[in-house]
Design a protein around this ligand. Structure first.
Ligand SMILES: [Ca+2]
Ligand SMILES: [Ca+2]
Length: 592
């Protein structure tokens, strides 16, 4: 096709002219204004009749007012009918730029995308690049105002970037088009918390579409696993007080004294029977990793730590590093490192190394991770434990700030000619049946055509030689979805591994988060607040990180060093200023 854009402009002008003459008297209204329904506004009786017959009235009346409706059959009120007619399918097309996972098919070749085209008649031409190319090209795309795509999928836009580009009018204010997005509009009405995470507080508008995957898995990214045969050996040898073999079941709560005895036994004996006593790793984790990190160890001293050391307690943004219990916990943990009970490699290794070391000859006595199945070759040898009970009787767990709602997933450029059509199309992604296929793969490949008696999607048998992860990564674009409680109960079963993890969390994590403790949600900041964060926050994080790793690896923190650390937090690194920014943003969030 040559110069389709020019052709489209001419065509649109023709359509517009036609539409304007066709509905004289309505010419002044803009396409995006709420559609006025002549019969409904004529009198209260007809209005009641129109509401009673809501579905039908909505199908025809508002759509016919839109300039694109006459030529292209544009409609958005019936979410099961095509958005455009055949002519629209052939003559309108959208360019959407998107990074994709290396294992994924080109989105133009994905069945779910073909199915969406068949259902909507909206032609999207995907421009796929790798994730690393996207991160290199992102600024170029935003900078090149003459040749921007219509939208970016997997846009990964931070709150600061959105504020910046919204101010320059580069982005489409999506909230102006909610009438074209029945699923998304309903979602925002039902979930003011999600709305509050999306609204740009500089102008009160929404500029990005979110991904919502609420499984309840992210808040506690660590679980403690313990090697049962090894622990049995320690018990049989009389090395652990107050612990019997029959207690070695999922949910076991060890005291820190018992754990210390067990780890010491692992350290001193040839547990894996290879003739060496020094190749066992008593307790392992991956320091400051998003999953399987050290934070749960701080729960022994009553702190709900996380990687940012920032958690909401009683509605207040709280930094765990300002609490004297953090000093006590650090000194206690440093003692275990010093004694060789915590493998020093835990502070240096990557996630990949940690996983590789778990395979083959058994070397892990205890470890923190998301699940045991990906870590060790024989997960059946391990139980999942409740948090360790600390020396003063405290027992609590890490509360991570990993959000289940990610904002900034999709943005539209203001150069997009028909944002209402593209947004009506993206709105379909929030239908739970579509969301499930966007996230796991399409009906026909991953799911059977027929649903079960409850209406749930049914998994197809796997093709030979393909794992479910491979099939999913190849066929699912991921991205904007709405999968929450409703979907898990009515549309799609959680994957067995996710279900297993949820059961473990119910047993070993959820009961150990106090009611007054919560993670910090996605917050929206003013430009001034963003400036404060960009001026000070990296510095604060570096300062804490440098000190903490040195304390943990070098025997702990002295009282003098702790006092001087507290002085710096309050002084040169401006923790108070950063804390105030979060507190103000959090207060605005809870007020909504
Ligand atoms: Ca050993
Ligand atoms: Ca050994």
């Amino acid at each position: 096709m040559k110069s389709p854009k020019k052709y489209l402009i001419i065509l649109l002008l023709a359509v517009l002219a036609f539409a304007l003459t066709a509905c004289s008297g309505n010419g002044g209204s803009t396409p995006t204004a709420a559609p006025t329904d002549a019969p409904a506004s004529a009198g209260s009786e007809t209005a009641t009749a129109a509401t009673a017959d809501d579905g039908k009235a909505g199908e025809t009346a508002p759509a016919s007012d839109h300039p694109l409706s006459a030529a292209y059959g544009f409609q958005w009120t019936d979410p099961t009918a095509p958005i455009l007619n055949e002519k629209g399918a052939q003559e309108l097309a959208f360019r959407v730029y998107s990074s994709k996972n290396a294992s994924a098919l080109d989105y133009n070749d994905m069945k779910i995308m073909a199915d969406l085209f068949a259902q909507t008649h909206v032609q999207v031409n995907w421009e796929n690049v790798s994730e690393s190319v996207y991160s290199q090209q992102k600024n170029l795309i935003f900078g090149n105002k003459d040749n921007r795509p219509d939208a970016i999928y997997h846009a990964g836009m931070g709150a600061g970037e959105i504020i910046k580009y919204a101010k320059r009018k580069v982005l489409v204010p999506i909230s102006d088009y909610l009438d074209y997005m029945p699923n998304f509009k309903k979602l925002l009405e039902e979930r003011p918390d999600i709305r509050a995470q999306l609204i740009n507080i500089e102008d009160g508008k929404i500029y990005s579409l979110p991904r919502i995957e609420e499984m309840g898995l992210l808040q506690n990214p660590n679980l403690l696993f313990l090697n049962v045969p090894w622990t049995k050996a320690a018990i049989a040898d009389g090395a652990v007080d107050g612990l019997t073999e029959d207690q070695l079941k999922d949910g076991l709560a060890l005291t820190s004294a018992q754990m210390e005895k067990i780890l010491t036994y692992f350290r001193d004996h040839d547990m894996n029977g290879n003739g060496k006593t020094d190749d066992e790793r008593p307790l392992s984790f991956v320091y400051n990793n998003w999953q399987g990190n050290q934070c749960d160890l701080y729960g022994m001293f009553g702190l709900n730590d996380n990687l940012e050391h920032r958690v909401v307690v009683d509605g207040k943004i709280t930094y765990t590093v300002q609490d004297d219990r953090f000093r006590d916990a650090t000194n206690f943990i440093a003692g275990w490192v010093d004694a060789g009970l915590i493998d020093k490699v835990s502070f240096e290794q990557s996630q990949d190394n940690f996983l590789a070391n778990g395979k083959g000859l058994e070397t892990y006595g205890a470890f923190y991770w998301w699940e045991s199945e990906t870590v060790v070759s024989n997960p059946e040898n391990y139980i999942v434990c409740s948090p360790i009970v600390g020396p003063n009787g405290d027992q609590t767990i890490c509360v991570s700030n990993n959000p289940e709602i990610s904002t900034g997933e999709v943005i539209l450029f203001s150069s997009c000619q028909y944002p209402e059509v593209l947004l009506a199309y993206f709105d379909r992604y929030y239908d739970p049946v579509i969301s499930a296929q966007i996230n796991y793969g399409p009906i026909g490949i991953v799911y059977e055509e027929a649903r079960d008696e409850k209406g749930m999607l049914v998994q197809k048998p796997l093709p030979e030689g393909v794992t479910s992860d491979e099939l999913r990564l190849q066929n699912a674009p991921l991205g904007i979805i709405n999968l929450g409680e409703y979907a898990w109960n009515n549309v799609v079963h959680m994957e067995p591994r996710a279900q297993l993890r949820l059961e473990r969390l119910q047993l070993c994590a959820k009961p150990f988060v106090a009611e007054n403790v919560a993670p910090c949600p996605n917050l929206q900041f003013t430009l001034e607040e963003l400036n404060t964060l960009s001026n000070y926050e990296t510095n604060l994080n570096d300062y804490i990180r440098t000190n903490l790793i040195s304390w943990l690896m070098k025997g702990g923190v002295s009282d003098a060093a702790w006092t001087s650390f507290q002085g710096d937090l309050n002084g040169k690194v401006n923790l108070a200023g950063i804390q105030k920014v979060y507190q103000d943003a959090y207060d605005r969030y809870t007020a909504k």
